[in-house]
Design a protein around this ligand. Structure first.
Ligand SMILES: Cc1cc2nc3c(=O)[nH]c(=O)nc-3n(C[C@H](O)[C@H](O)[C@H](O)COP(=O)(O)OP(=O)(O)OC[C@H]3O[C@@H](n4cnc5c(N)ncnc54)[C@H](O)[C@@H]3O)c2cc1C
Length: 379
C-alpha cells in the first residue's frame, strides 16, 4: 500500500486524508492541534453565490463545483464517522437595511444574472414573510436558495472520526520541514511517504528544494461571535447576510455572527471594537438578537493568497509534494472539492463534478505565482 502524509489537520487536510484513505492510501496526518485552526473558528457557510465578486469568476466556478459535491461528501463522512456533519440546506437571504444596501443588492443581482447564478429579488414584505426575524427597516432582499451551511465544528469532529474509521493515523506533532518522500517533525521524528500534502492553512512549512514563497499564503484575521437564542421568536431560520455582517443559525439555537477581515499577521486577539461592530450590525438586521445569550468571541486566520484563489497542485520542482491550501474565505466550502482534486492528482478516480479535474486544477496551480509573490509574513 502506498503511503501519504498530510501536513495539517484542518477541514482541508482531514477531507483530503479521508479521500486518500478511501482510495487505498495508507495515510498519516501530522498536526499538534487537529481541527482547531480556521476550520474551528469559521462560520460554515457554503455560499458560492453570496461570495461571488466581480473579477473572481474562477473562484465562483470552484465554489459552484464544490457545492455539487457537498451532499455526497457529507453523507460519506457521516457514514464513516457514525455521526452527521451538521449540513443543512435552508438557503440564504442577503438583506438590505437602507438605500445604499439596496443599491448594492441591485449590483449583486445583476452579477448573478450575468453569471447565471440562482438568486431572486424579494420585496421587504416578501423577505419578512420568508424570514420573520428580519427588522422592520429592511429594504428588500435577495434570496439565494442554493447557498447552504454546515456546522463546521461538527464537521471537523466527524472528519477526525471518519479518518480514524478508515485507518488514518493522527500524529500530534508539527512538521518542521517537508521534501520529496519525507516529512520531518519538530520532535526529531520523520515520516517517509510517496505523497506529501501540505495542508497547513495560513501557516507556511519549509519545503526542501523550494523557495520560501513556493506556497505564498498569508494569514487574514477573522473575528466571529457565537450567541445562543433561547426564544424561537428571535431565531432566524435562514442564514441572513447584510453587506458587512452575516448571521448563521444552527440547530439547537446557536447563532454565529461574523466576521471581520483584517490584515494583522498572526495576531488572534479579540477586540472590543470588532465585538461591538458585529453585534451592532447583526442587531440592525435581526433586532431580536439582543435577547440572545452571549457565548463566545473568537478569532482565526484564513489562509489568504495573492489572487484569492486556493493553491492546490504539485509544488514546482519538488516531486511528490502537493499543496492544498490558500482557501481564504471559502475553505469549508472548498474542502471536499480540494480532497477530490488531490485524490485525482494522486491517481484516484475523479470524484468531483464534470468530466475531469484539469480545468479546476488550472486555476489553483501553485506554479501560477512568480517568485517573490508572497508578502513575507511569518509566524
Ligand atoms: C472568522 C472566519 C469565518 C469563516 N467563515 C467561513 C465560511 O463561512 N465558509 C467557508 O467556507 N470558510 C470560512 N472561513 C474560511 C475557512 O475557515 C478556511 O478557509 C478553512 O478553515 C481553511 O482550512 P484549512 O484546513 O486549510 O486550515 P486550518 O483549519 O487553519 O487548518 C490548518 C491546520 O494546519 C496545522 N498546522 C499548521 N502548521 C503546521 C505544521 N507545521 N505542522 C503540522 N500542522 C500544522 C494547524 O494546527 C491547523 O490545524 C472562515 C474563516 C474565518 C477565520
Amino acid at each position: 500500500m502506498s503511503r501519504a502524509c498530510v501536513v495539517g489537520g484542518g477541514a482541508v487536510g482531514l477531507a483530503t486524508a479521508h479521500r486518500l484513505a478511501c482510495d487505498g492510501w495508507d495515510v498519516d496526518v501530522l498536526d499538534p492541534t487537529p481541527g482547531r485552526g480556521a476550520s474551528w473558528v469559521a462560520g460554515g457557510m457554503l455560499a458560492p453565490t453570496a461570495e461571488a465578486w466581480a473579477g473572481e469568476e474562477a473562484l465562483t466556478e470552484l465554489g459552484l463545483a464544490a457545492a455539487v459535491v457537498w451532499p455526497e461528501f457529507a453523507a460519506a463522512v457521516a457514514a464513516d464517522a457514525g455521526t452527521d456533519v451538521g449540513w443543512s440546506s435552508h438557503g440564504t437571504l442577503v438583506a438590505a437595511r437602507d438605500a445604499d444596501d439596496a443599491a448594492a443588492l441591485t449590483q449583486l443581482a445583476t452579477l448573478h444574472r450575468t453569471w447565471g447564478l440562482h438568486s431572486e429579488r424579494l420585496t421587504a414584505r416578501d423577505a419578512r414573510r420568508l424570514e420573520p426575524a428580519l427588522g422592520p427597516t429592511t429594504r428588500g432582499a435577495l434570496w439565494l436558495p442554493d447557498d447552504h451551511q454546515v456546522d463546521n465544528r461538527r464537521l471537523v469532529e466527524a472528519l477526525v472520526a471518519a479518518c480514524a474509521g478508515r485507518g488514518v493515523r493522527l500524529v500530534a506533532a508539527r512538521a518542521a520541514a517537508v521534501g520529496p518522500g519525507r516529512v520531518e517533525a519538530d520532535d526529531g521524528s520523520a515520516i517517509e511517504a510517496e505523497l506529501v500534502v501540505v495542508a497547513s492553512g495560513a501557516w507556511r512549512v519549509p519545503i526542501v528544494g523550494a523557495g520560501d514563497d513556493a506556497i505564498p499564503v498569508r494569514p487574514v484575521k477573522g473575528q466571529i461571535l457565537r450567541v445562543q437564542a433561547t426564544d424561537r421568536a428571535v431565531f432566524p431560520h435562514h442564514t441572513v447576510r447584510g453587506l458587512g455582517v452575516y448571521v448563521i443559525p444552527r440547530p439547537h439555537g446557536e447563532i454565529a455572527i461574523g466576521a471581520t477581515v483584517e490584515e494583522r499577521g498572526y495576531d488572534t486577539t479579540v477586540t472590543a471594537g470588532a465585538v461591538h461592530e458585529l453585534l451592532r450590525d447583526a442587531w440592525e438586521l435581526l433586532p431580536g438578537l439582543a435577547e440572545a445569550t452571549f457565548v463566545e468571541a473568537i478569532a482565526g486566520l484564513r489562509p489568504g493568497t495573492p489572487d484569492n484563489l486556493p493553491i492546490v497542485g504539485p509544488v514546482p520542482g519538488v516531486p511528490g509534494v502537493v499543496a492544498a491550501t490558500g482557501h481564504h474565505r471559502n475553505g469549508i466550502l472548498l474542502a471536499p472539492l480540494t480532497a477530490a482534486l488531490v485524490g485525482a492528482l494522486a491517481g484516484g478516480t475523479w470524484t468531483g463534478p464534470g468530466p475531469d479535474a484539469a480545468r479546476l486544477l488550472a486555476s489553483c496551480d501553485p506554479a501560477r505565482f512568480p517568485a517573490g509573490a508572497g508578502d513575507g509574513v511569518t509566524p
